[in-house]
Design a binder for this molecule. Sequence first.
Ligand code: XIL
Length: 299
Amino acid sequence: SSTLGAAAADSGRYFGAAVAAGRLGDSTYSTILDREFNMITPENEMKWDTTEPSRGNFNFGPADQIVSHASAHGQRMRGHTLVWHGQLPGWVSSIGDAGTLRSVMNNHITTVMNHYKGKIYAWDVVNEAFADGSTQHRSSVFQNVLGNGFIEEAFRTARSVDPAAKLCYNDYNIENWSDAKTQGVYAMVKDFKARGVPIDCVGLQSHFGSGGPPAGFQTTLSNFAALGVDVQITELDIAQASLTAYGNTVRACMNVARCTGITVWGIRDSDSWRSGENPLLFDGNGNKKPAYDAVLSAL
Ligand code: XIL
């Protein structure tokens, strides 16, 4: 196949991109998006600071633009993200009462998921809850006020709202099997599966340096998959878009049956949150870079 999305679909996978609503009117951008990608993650538009800037005031306008675009162009959506310490409005991070925070968290999950019910293939229910270099959760208002059980509670609430959506845990620095953080997330998923806590997938963000994935990346993917969850590469970008690194990343996914898709974190280098590192598959003019060909031939 001659596009990323079609090549991924040849093996039952998808190839996605993070999209910014504000760029959809740029025809160079949207032409590439609609030609190459069949899954979309909103880069910022479904984050809490946008979707519920003050308590009970929901703002779905920017994300709705992306969801409409996807539905008009036959692309599926990954919802990103419901519970995260980042881009979290101050009114949430200052809640100190557990009963209040529990109901605020569950109301947020319920209202956002209901708004998009039937339109989201997979949700990043909880994002980045583990601490770097540790098997433990990081400090956050959710952890500090609700305790360890907040992740389980978020997943149970999410399943009750939209039973058809896949529910994922998403994080970075869980690509190297020997890292403590990877082991912490693995233990959580194993425990969830053992106790029947609903979880369907693990997203590995995969924001890599120019060396690409750590040794053992494929082992990490297959070990998570062996727990009975799908795995996805959810936010891929690689410093200087090294061909070898991109090829190795894609091949690791292709070698694991339950690695069901890959999403790159932006389209052109100029769209990237790491734009100084030119980490994406298209240059600022929208031309394919050498890494594009490395990815296409690895799919
Ligand atoms: C980044 C966006 O790309 C930026 O535009 C924004 O300023 C900050 O967030 N992990 C995640 C993503 O889960 O949501 C982050 O996206 C990148 C790191």
